[in-house]
Ligand binder design. Structure first.
Ligand code: THU
Length: 140
């Protein structure tokens, strides 16, 4: 799928956002390497801390359906600026692809591309040491 179509799809996903508290709607498309796309939107709650970002909604949908291999994420909002993934989403996305492409689009449909590795250097991760799993960062 072309980037423009993915951006269109992310804007459609944004229309499903449940964001009565922030009034900030976010839509996303997570594209798997096999071409399948999962959409997500933010889902807020009166107990604010239980709200979930669009990115994690899409990722958890994909994971729960057996997908693990992601190529790119498109993220859109109605803002003039670019909606950049929050810290929690960066960590969760990084887990599955430490070089995930991220394309952000503002409401004018201008796009900016970054890589998750730029957004989350020194990511916390699990590392295999022989048959043991240890935790740390691959960058140091
Ligand atoms: N939000 C996302 O869905 N994704 C982001 O990358 C940043 C923030 C949502 C969370 C909350 O529902 C609203 O935007 C305002 O923070």
């Amino acid at each position: 799928m072309k980037i423009n179509s993915l951006v269109d799809l992310a804007f459609e996903a944004k229309d499903n956002a449940y964001a009565p508290y922030s009034d900030f709607r976010v839509g996303t498309v997570l594209l798997c390497r096999d071409g399948q796309a999962f959409i997500g939107c933010n889902v807020e709650n009166a107990s604010y801390g239980l709200s979930v970002c669009a990115e994690r909604v899409a990722l958890f949908k994909a994971i729960s359906e057996g997908h693990r291999d992601f190529e790119l994420l498109v993220l859109v909002s109605d803002s003039d600026g670019f909606c950049s993934p929050c810290g929690a989403c960066r960590q969760v996305l990084w887990e599955f692809n430490s070089q995930l492409k991220i394309i952000m689009s503002n409401q004018k449909r201008e796009v900016k591309e970054v890589n998750i590795k730029e957004l989350l250097p020194y990511a916390f991760s699990s590392l295999k040491k022989g048959d043991k799993t240890v935790f740390g960062s691959k960058d140091c």
